[in-house]
Design a protein around this ligand. Structure first.
Ligand SMILES: [Zn+2]
Length: 74
């Protein structure tokens, strides 16, 4: 039997494992030298420190998940 509510995520800021409804994703997209970098930071949406911390995680220097896409410049 599958319970959707059992889904948990690890917060990138405090490192705690939290239920799905307590985790939000802060996404930022930045374009550098024709490469688009998307940063997805998961954070606890009920903890002020995590909400603020998610905005401060450094680019390419944290545990966050990144996706890079080459931008078609033509
Ligand atoms: Zn957290």
């Amino acid at each position: 039997m599958t319970h959707m509510s059992d889904l948990t995520w690890t917060c990138h800021v405090c490192g705690d494992e939290r239920p799905d409804d307590k985790i939000s994703v802060h996404s930022v997209t930045k374009t550098t030298r024709m490469i688009e970098i998307k940063q997805n930071v998961r954070y606890c949406n009920d903890r002020v420190d995590c909400i603020e911390g998610a905005k401060k995680i450094d680019w390419l220097d944290g545990p966050a998940h990144y996706e890079m896409t080459k931008v078609d410049g033509t």
